[in-house]
Design a protein around this ligand. Structure first.
Ligand SMILES: *Cc1c(COP(=O)(O)O)cnc(C)c1O
Length: 373
């Protein structure tokens, strides 16, 4: 699905030098690269405060901890996402309340949110799935009207632009109260291990989040609140500084691959290519198609037999996962999500895709669908 080895090959000299500098400095924890990356990333996102942390799941957990919620408080999010989105809500003894997604963008449907708001609702977590933003203007309007906080899960959309109705733009993760990012290796801005960050424009949230990720401490060995240990590794920060410089060119390479996929696969009746919306750019963390009137799992097996990787994001919606049975949801509660989990598939998408590889992939998709007619 990704080709990290060839990408590393292209930037080897720069990256090896950055790693060597950290080794020579032996400043492995909170070294200068961490602060430098924090500042570079804040500049890139045009946001006042960035707090680096250990991974994207921690980023979500810390963001929720910073809101001072009480056990039993409700947080609205999507059932069509990676598990982290609801896991952290549950861990903090909060209640995940799920809203179905839009069938074209796969993102949380704002029209479903309002009816779920109760006097216990405190926050909304939209997940900008596959590299495209959820409809943030509707979501922040609802949040403002009901006094709720918005945490944007930007794990799959670091660098995506949200485009307001007046044409102005903000980076994903800087529109709501708090944004979270993951630098897991396969993400668009991936490091060579785990990494994450939290973004906010709010100076008091920044102070609070900085304290929480540092064991709840402002002064060494004095603890003001219960926190966690969540740091971005200095080696990872050094690698991320190099890769951040190339992030926009990474997006362009993915968008170009998506364009070729579109022209090859756009006219096949059984397939829907990824929808584009006027309110967001798309950085194609995944290129995800919908297959109807043909067996998705047979197509996947056929492509695998041709050595084409295919992934299903996500095969079982969050509300039907065993660990979350006690939320009381059942099959049929989120028809759009449930239908997508049976019909979507994602094909290779990364910065090193060559047009011959794309041809090969599309050729075999078409061959299978012709035979299947
Ligand atoms: C990857 C991902 C996360 C978690 O990030 P980690 O760095 O792996 O902890 C959270 N939410 C979404 C939507 C993701 O895709």
């Amino acid at each position: 699905m990704v080709d990290l080895k060839r990408q590393y090959g292209r930037f080897k000299v720069e990256i090896d030098k950055a790693i060597q500098e950290v080794l020579d400095s032996t400043a492995f924890i909170n070294g200068p690269s961490v602060k430098a990356f924090r500042d570079d990333f804040a500049r890139y996102l045009r946001v006042e405060h960035v707090i680096p942390c250990a991974n994207g799941t921690d980023a979500l957990q810390v963001a929720l901890m910073a809101l001072d919620l009480q056990p039993g408080d409700e947080v609205i999010t999507t059932p069509f996402s990676f598990i982290a989105s609801i896991e952290v809500i549950k861990l903090l003894r909060l209640v995940p309340v799920l809203a179905d997604v839009d069938p074209y963008t796969f993102n949380i449907d704002p029209a479903q949110i309002e009816q779920l708001i109760t006097n216990k609702t405190r926050a909304i977590i939209p997940v900008h799935l596959f590299g495209q933003c959820a409809h943030m203007e509707s979501i922040t309007d609802i949040a403002r009207n009901h006094g709720l906080s918005v945490i944007e899960d930007t794990a799959q959309a670091v660098g995506t632009d949200y485009i307001f109705q007046d044409g102005s733009r903000l980076k994903a993760g800087t529109v709501g109260n708090i944004g979270t990012a993951s630098f897991f290796p396969s993400k668009n801005l991936g490091c060579y291990g785990d990494g994450g960050s939290i973004m906010t424009r709010d100076a008091s949230l920044d102070q609070k989040i900085k304290t929480i990720v540092n064991h709840g401490s402002r002064t060494k060995y004095y603890y003001d609140e219960v926190g966690v240990n969540s740091r971005l590794d200095t080696l990872q920060a050094a690698i991320l500084r190099v890769k951040l410089k190339h992030l926009d060119s990474f997006h362009k390479a993915r968008q170009e691959a998506a364009r070729i996929y579109d022209t090859q696969l756009g006219n096949i009746p059984q397939l829907s290519i990824p929808a584009r919306v006027p309110y967001s750019t798309h950085i194609f963390h995944q290129y995800t198609l919908i297959l109807e009137g043909s067996d998705r799992d047979q197509l996947r097996d056929y492509l695998k037999s041709k050595e084409i990787p295919v992934m299903i994001y996500y095969p079982l919606p969050l509300h039907l996962q065993t660990a979350y049975k006690d939320l009381g949801y059942k099959s049929g509660d989120f028809p759009v999500t449930e239908s997508l989990s049976r019909t979507v598939f994602s094909i290779p998408m990364h910065t090193e895709l060559e047009s011959e590889q794309i041809e090969y992939i599309c050729h075999h998709i078409k061959t299978f669908l012709k035979q299947d007619e």
